[in-house]
Write a protein that binds this ligand. Structure first.
Ligand SMILES: [Zn+2]
Length: 268
């Protein structure tokens, strides 16, 4: 059970928003014939007589946008109570499915025995600020509801809960573990980062312009961590030669290289 009561919205004789009222009062007004139903959802009543000096309380509209559901709440600022709340269920996945179905039909049309159709897959242009249809729908339906609520509610403020995480803006990739980075860019960004870190050289023989492999400086079998700080770049020959021996043992004849390598790994 929600711990709030959805209030009934009220508009005056001219359709101007007044403070929402408790359902019990609205029921009384309707019963006494002082008001009529203006809209069923969100439930709004229209007063039949003009009200002198209606006391409008400040309302804040709060939005919590989500991928499948956006939460909307109206909060009475002076009393700090939720007076109306709703969940807007988005149909982004259905839009996507429909567009995919359409694309399949159109693509299949090309292999039917019909007149020649020029390939047109590559002549599309996207305007600046283009959003995927499923995403655009999410923005637009939320805006529709915000406008609908603003038009018949004395709303003074809007606040929005924004959660955004931009991995590309992480100033230091070292703060995240390998698993953390296994997103879309995994294998590219990590490789680029390691190549830059090790100056495009094999960490052990210093070989350049040869295929380089990502490898664990301290092997996992020797307790090495799965972190970026424990990853190095080595040529295939060194990688094979090193195998699963501890890095200290492998680099015993090359103390200065060992020094450089053992500075790098940090425990998580
Ligand atoms: Zn090497």
């Amino acid at each position: 059970m929600p711990n709030y009561q959805n209030y009934v919205f009220v508009v005056d004789t001219l359709g101007q928003p007044l403070s929402p009222t408790h359902p019990a009062i609205a029921r009384k007004l309707l019963k006494q014939g002082l008001a009529a139903v203006f809209r069923t959802y969100p439930f709004t009543i229209i007063l039949k007589k003009t009200v002198e000096n209606p006391g409008n309380e400040a309302l804040r509209l709060k939005l919590d946008p989500g991928a499948s559901v956006t939460g909307i709440a109206l909060v009475n600022q002076s009393r700090d109570t939720v007076i109306w709340a709703a969940e807007l269920t988005h149909r982004g996945d259905r839009i996507r499915a429909k567009l995919t179905a359409r694309r399949v039909v159109r693509r299949h049309r090309r292999c039917r025995k019909t007149r020649y159709r020029q390939a047109r897959f590559n002549n599309r242009k996207r305007q600046e600020g283009w959003l995927a249809p499923s995403l655009k729908h999410r923005v637009e339906t939320t805006l529709t509801w915000v406008n609908r609520l603003i038009s018949s509610r004395p709303i003074t403020d809007i606040s929005m809960e924004l959660v955004r995480f931009d991995t590309q803006k992480l100033p230091n990739p070292e703060i995240s573990g390998v698993e953390y980075q296994q997103g879309v860019l995994f294998g590219y960004e990590l490789r680029e980062y390691l190549l830059t870190k090790w100056q495009h050289q094999c960490a052990y023989c210093g070989g350049q312009n040869i295929p380089l492999e990502i490898e664990h400086i301290q092997p996992k079998s020797q307790g090495g961590f799965d972190r970026v700080s424990n990853l190095g770049i080595a040529c295939h020959k060194c990688n094979q030669k090193k195998g699963s021996q501890p890095v200290e043992q492998f680099l015993l004849p090359k103390p200065e290289i060992l020094k450089r390598c053992s500075v790098q790994p940090k425990p998580p």
